[in-house]
Ligand binder design. Structure first.
Ligand SMILES: Nc1ncnc2c1ncn2[C@@H]1O[C@H](COP(=O)(O)OP(=O)(O)OP(=O)(O)O)[C@@H](O)[C@H]1O
Ligand SMILES: [Mg+2]
Ligand SMILES: [Zn+2]
Length: 513
C-alpha cells in the first residue's frame, strides 16, 4: 500500500515547517540553548503543523547529535526511532478518542519513572480541549510539578476551551493558517517529486479550497492524483465541487416544486457519483447566497457563468428573502454537522426536508403566486404545543443558568452514550441544540418540524432520557421545540445566560468555564 501524501510529506526538520517561523525559531533556539520549557501549548487551525512541530521538538530534545544546534539530526538512533514511530519515551494521547481520564491517570502514575531510552519523556496531548473536567484536573496536578525529565506539548484547535489554570502553566504558541501562495509552493514540490502532471490552475484551486490547512491541501491533491495520471482543471473542479453543479440547481428546482422524492433522488445521485457531502452542502449554501445577493440588488457580485444567471434570477424571484434565510440555515447546518453524522447523506436529507417546510415553499407554485414576504415560521411555543412528555412547572420558571453550564460540559458525553444505544438518535440530537433549562426541563431546539417530530417518534426520547439519567445522576424531562438557527423560543429568558451564549457563539452551547 502506498503511504498517504501527508504522512510521507510530514516535515522531518524545522526548515521544512512552512509558515510558522515565529514558532520554529523559538523552539530551535530553546533546543540549541538547552533551555526547553516543561509545558507547551500549540494552538491554531487544523492542519497547520501542531502535531508535526510537537514531534520535531520530541526528536530535538532526545537527539544524540553532539551540537545542540544540529538537533534533530534524523540520523541518530533516537531520531530514527521517532521517525519510525517506535520511541518509547514519546507518548501521544488523543483526547478526542476518549475523554482522557484514564490516559491522564495512567500518565500520572508513570510520569515519575525515568525515561526508558531518551533524555526526556514527551507527552503530546492532541485535541486537549476534549479532555473531561476530571482529566483536566488530573493534568493540572501534573503540570504544577512536572518531573525534570518530562515535557508536555498540548495541542488544540480550540484554545478558548482550555481552562485558564492550564493556560497559565504553558508556554503558548499560536499557529497560523497557511497562505495560499505557500500552500501552492508545497503542492508544487510534491507534484514534481511524485511525477504528477497537473494543469496550471489546479494547484491554486486546491490551495484555496483548503482554507489555510496544509494537510487538507495535501490530502486533496492525494485524492485527485490517485484518480488519474494527469489532473486537468476540469476534473479538479468536478471533484472539488467548485463549479456550481447542475445538481444544485436541480435541487433548488425540486425544492421550489415541493418535490420531496425528486430532491432526495438528486442528493443520492450526486453522492453516488462521488460528490463529497460537505462540499455539496457548501455548494447549495453558496448558490442560495447568490440568490440572496440577487434579491438584494447585488447581482453583479454573484460570480457564475452567464448561462446560469437567468435560472438564478428566476429562483431568486421565487424564494422570498425570509424563506431563503431559513433554507440557507438548514443547509449551512448540514455543512457544519457533517463531521459527526453517522450516515453521510443524512444531514443533506434532513436539510432538504426542513427546507421544504419553509412556509413559502409549497407544492409547485407558479413563481408569481409566491408571496413576496412570507413570514418566517415562528418558533413553536411549547405552551401551545406541548411535547408528549409531562412538563411540570415548565411554563413560569425562569431559565436556570447553572444547569446548562454543567449540562453543556456533559452534552458530549451524553451524545456518545446515546450513540452506543442508537446512532440515529445521536444523529437527530446532532441536528438540535440544548437551548437551556426551563425549570427542571431541558429544552432542545430543532431547526424544523421534520427533525423535531422524528425525535419525538419511536424510542429516541426514551433513549435520551435513560442516558441522561445515568450520566447526570437524575432524571431530566425533555421538551422539543422548533427554534430555527438557534432562535430562542419566546418563553425562554431572552437576556439569560443561555440566550447570550447562543447569540455570541452562533447558536452553539459550549463549556462555560
Ligand atoms: N506548517 C506546515 N509545514 C509543512 N507541512 C505541514 C504544515 N502543517 C501541516 N503540514 C502537513 O500536514 C500534515 C498534518 O499536519 P499536522 O498533523 O502537524 O497538523 P495539525 O496542526 O496537528 O492538525 P490538527 O489540528 O488537525 O491535528 C503534515 O504531515 C504535513 O504533511
Ligand atoms: Mg494534530
Ligand atoms: Zn538525532
Amino acid at each position: 500500500m502506498t503511504q498517504a501524501f501527508y504522512r510521507k510529506w510530514r516535515p522531518q526538520t524545522w526548515d521544512q515547517v512552512i509558515g510558522q517561523e515565529h514558532i520554529t525559531t523559538t523552539l530551535r533556539n530553546a533546543v540549541a540553548a538547552e533551555r526547553v520549557a516543561h509545558a507547551y501549548l500549540f494552538a491554531g487551525p487544523r492542519g497547520t503543523g501542531k502535531t508535526t512541530s510537537a514531534r520535531l521538538l520530541a526528536k530535538a530534545v532526545n537527539c544524540l547529535a553532539e551540537d545542540p544546534a544540529q538537533r534533530p539530526c534524523n540520523q541518530c538512533e533516537h531520531c530514527l526511532a521517532i521517525n519510525n514511530g517506535r520511541f518509547m519515551d514519546l507518548i501521544e494521547i488523543d483526547a478526542a478518542s476518549n475523554n482522557g481520564v484514564d490516559d491522564v491517570r495512567d500518565l500520572r502514575d508513570k510520569i515519575n519513572f525515568a525515561p526508558n531510552q531518551g533524555r526526556y519523556k514527551i507527552y503530546i496531548i492532541d485535541e486537549v480541549h476534549m479532555l473531561s473536567g476530571a482529566a483536566f484536573n488530573a493534568l493540572l496536578k501534573t503540570l504544577e510539578e512536572p518531573p525534570a525529565h518530562a515535557i508536555f506539548v498540548l495541542a488544540t484547535t480550540e484554545v478558548h476551551k482550555i481552562p485558564a489554570t492550564v493556560l497559565s502553566r504553558c508556554q503558548r504558541h499560536e499557529f497560523r493558517s497557511i497562505p495560499v501562495a505557500d500552500i501552492v509552493a508545497v503542492l508544487r514540490t510534491i507534484v514534481e517529486h511524485e511525477g504528477i502532471e497537473v494543469e496550471d490552475a489546479v494547484l491554486p484551486l486546491i490551495a484555496r479550497q483548503a482554507t489555510g490547512s496544509l494537510r487538507d491541501a495535501i490530502s486533496l491533491l492525494d485524492q485527485l492524483a490517485s484518480a488519474t495520471e494527469s489532473i486537468t482543471l476540469e476534473m479538479a473542479q468536478a471533484v472539488l465541487g467548485t463549479t456550481t453543479g447542475q445538481s444544485v440547481v436541480s435541487l433548488i428546482a425540486a425544492l421550489l416544486g415541493g418535490e420531496a422524492g425528486r430532491g432526495l433522488d438528486i442528493i443520492h445521485a450526486s453522492l453516488d457519483a462521488g460528490a463529497d457531502p460537505r462540499q455539496f452542502a457548501r455548494q447549495v449554501v453558496e448558490y442560495l447566497r447568490g440568490l440572496l445577493l440577487i434579491r438584494a440588488g447585488n447581482a453583479d457580485q454573484v460570480d457564475v457563468p452567464a448561462e446560469m444567471r437567468a435560472e438564478m434570477a428566476a429562483h431568486a424571484q421565487a424564494l422570498p428573502a425570509a424563506c431563503l434565510l431559513a433554507v440557507i440555515r438548514a443547509f449551512n447546518q448540514a455543512a457544519a454537522g457533517m463531521r459527526n453524522a453517522w450516515h453521510p447523506a443524512l444531514p443533506l436529507e434532513m436539510a432538504f426536508m426542513e427546507a421544504l417546510e419553509a412556509p413559502a415553499v409549497e407544492p409547485a407554485p407558479a413563481p408569481a403566486a409566491v408571496p413576496q414576504q412570507a413570514p418566517l415560521k415562528r418558533a413553536t411555543n411549547p405552551q401551545a404545543a406541548p411535547a408528549p412528555r409531562p412538563q411540570k412547572a415548565a411554563a413560569t420558571a425562569a431559565v436556570d443558568a447553572q444547569a446548562p453550564t454543567s449540562l453543556a460540559s456533559q452534552w458530549e458525553q451524553i451524545l456518545k452514550a446515546v450513540r452506543e444505544r442508537n446512532p440515529q438518535t445521536q444523529a437527530l440530537l446532532n441536528s438540535c441544540r440544548p437551548l437551556g433549562m426551563k425549570g427542571n426541563t431541558l429544552v432542545l431546539g430543532f431547526n424544523g418540524d421534520f427533525a423535531k417530530s422524528k425525535m419525538e417518534s419511536g424510542e429516541h426520547l426514551d433513549i435520551l432520557q435513560e442516558v441522561m439519567t445515568s450520566v447526570l445522576g437524575k432524571s431530566v424531562p425533555v421538551l422539543c421545540v422548533v427554534a430555527p438557527g438557534g432562535e430562542l423560543p419566546p418563553d425562554i429568558d431572552q437576556n439569560g445566560m443561555v440566550a447570550t451564549a447562543l447569540r455570541d457563539l452562533g447558536g452553539k452551547i459550549v463549556d462555560i468555564q
